[in-house]
Design a protein around this ligand. Structure first.
Ligand SMILES: [Ca+2]
Ligand SMILES: [Ca+2]
Ligand SMILES: [Ca+2]
Ligand SMILES: [Ca+2]
Length: 422
């Protein structure tokens, strides 16, 4: 389990009686200052035991700050992890996913990043690091894929090579196909996933419709949300340095009743962008603002990125020939955001949700604390049952993972782990 700022990561070893025993590791204690946001086990040095990659994050630090550097810990074979002195990405990371994508026998590493601290809306760099036979890493890809929240390597097209699936905020679900020699090509549109831009926070894969190809379940913000989003009326975000003070700001517009309105109220926009004070002396001058052009006539000159949201529902994407068939999850599943999904071997789907910071600003969306979906129907693409996991409403669940004997573990803040028995 990763730790927050100034909390060391913790390793618990499972015992035969079902207990977990904490193992104190000096290198974890020494690295307590880092905020651990994601981790993956991989055999980095190819010696047969599982080593550890930890992604560092934190939105209080500037990009490239030492405290945002990722870490690799090598396993000595007995569960003692020692940090390897290697230069790794220094970004506000969000996720790590491993696979030997170039088939040289050594597992490689995708590290996704969600945001550039202080520059909400801009796409940070994400990385694919090629494992140099356990001696180090080299950057195979360094791309601004978007505000990445989750990623999985899996063979999407059945050619035996792992492809990369990722999702994020203000993004489509991206699919990068691997040609087998380590060259990745984006094929999102050919899977029918283009134009479904959401606040996707997680993806999970399983062959739900039993055609031999992976299907995707993707968690989104849900419909209990201030914004409506559709193809014809997307939520729009313009990111740029509109007042030319050297920092970018996001300007968000959403469709409300019969027209677009700014997400931020006048007072907030003026405090963020004091140059607007002259333009909007009272509320009646502000109420006709319907787009970014009404705030800044020449906004295009200072625009860096433009993004939109067209889909806020959590969805199932079923393999269907080459493209996916999209089916929204049920009523309960849309009542809040879904932040982590776990699919067990019997294709029961477990998920947890928690209100995001900018969602809670709008006073919405904490209804989804955790549920179990079962009884998948291949024809309709829907689940017959949705049952509450009965988690306390005050917790902020991070994940749900299965353990032995029908137990499910739900880690939350400050080392609390809730256990659900099924
Ligand atoms: Ca190893
Ligand atoms: Ca490799
Ligand atoms: Ca493939
Ligand atoms: Ca399938």
């Amino acid at each position: 389990m990763g730790g927050g700022r100034n909390q060391p990561a913790q390793l618990y070893l499972g015992a035969a009686n079902g207990a977990f025993n904490k193992k104190i590791l000096p290198d974890f204690e020494r690295d307590a200052a880092y905020e651990d946001v994601s981790a993956a086990l991989l055999d980095f040095d190819g010696d047969g035991d599982r080593d550890l990659y930890v992604v560092s994050g934190g939105s209080d630090n500037k990009e490239l700050d030492k405290i945002l550097e990722d870490r690799i810990y090598l396993n000595n074979g007995n569960g003692v992890f020692k940090r390897l002195p290697l230069s790794l990405p220094h970004t506000n990371g969000s996720v790590v996913a491993v696979a030997d994508f170039d088939k040289d026998g050594y597992e490689d590493i995708f590290v996704g990043a969600r945001s550039i601290p202080g520059f909400y809306g801009l796409s940070p760099y994400s990385f694919i690091l090629r494992n140099k036979k356990g001696q180090g890493v080299e950057i195979a890809y360094k791309e601004r894929y978007g505000m990445v929240t989750d990623a999985i390597w899996t063979d999407m097209n059945g050619d035996g090579y792992p492809d990369l699936v990722m999702c994020g905020d203000w993004m489509e679900i991206l699919i990068l196909e691997n040609d087998g020699s380590g060259v990745l090509t984006e094929k999102t549109a050919s899977y029918g996933l283009a134009g479904k831009n959401g606040l996707w926070s997680c993806i999970a894969l399983a062959d739900l419709n039993e055609d031999g190809r992976p299907d995707i379940i993707a968690g989104n913000a849900g419909l209990n949300f201030k914004w409506n989003a559709s193809d014809s009326m997307p939520v729009k975000m313009y990111v740029g340095d509109f007042d030319k003070n050297g920092a970018t700001e996001p300007l968000i517009f959403y469709h409300y009743l019969r027209r677009y309105i700014p997400f931020a109220p006048m007072s907030q926009l003026i405090s963020q962008l004091p140059v607007l004070r002259k333009k909007f002396t009272d509320y009646s001058s502000f109420r006709n603002v319907q787009g970014v052009g009404d705030l800044f006539e020449n906004y295009k000159e200072n625009l860096v990125e433009e993004k939109q949201l067209t889909e806020l529902r959590s969805m199932v994407f079923l393999s269907n020939g080459s493209a996916f068939r999209a089916v929204p999850l049920g009523f309960y599943e849309q009542s809040g955001d879904i932040t982590h999904i776990w699919i067990d071997s019997e294709k029961n789907v477990f998920y947890v949700g928690s209100s995001r910071e900018f969602v809670s600003e709008m006073g919405a969306a904490d209804a989804n604390k955790g549920r179990k979906l079962s009884g998948f129907d291949k024809n309709t693409g829907t689940f017959a049952r949705s049952e509450s996991l009965g988690l306390p409403v005050s917790i902020k669940p991070k994940k749900i993972v299965s353990g032995p004997s029908g137990r499910y573990y739900i880690p939350a803040n400050n080392w609390w782990v809730y256990v659900v028995q099924q």
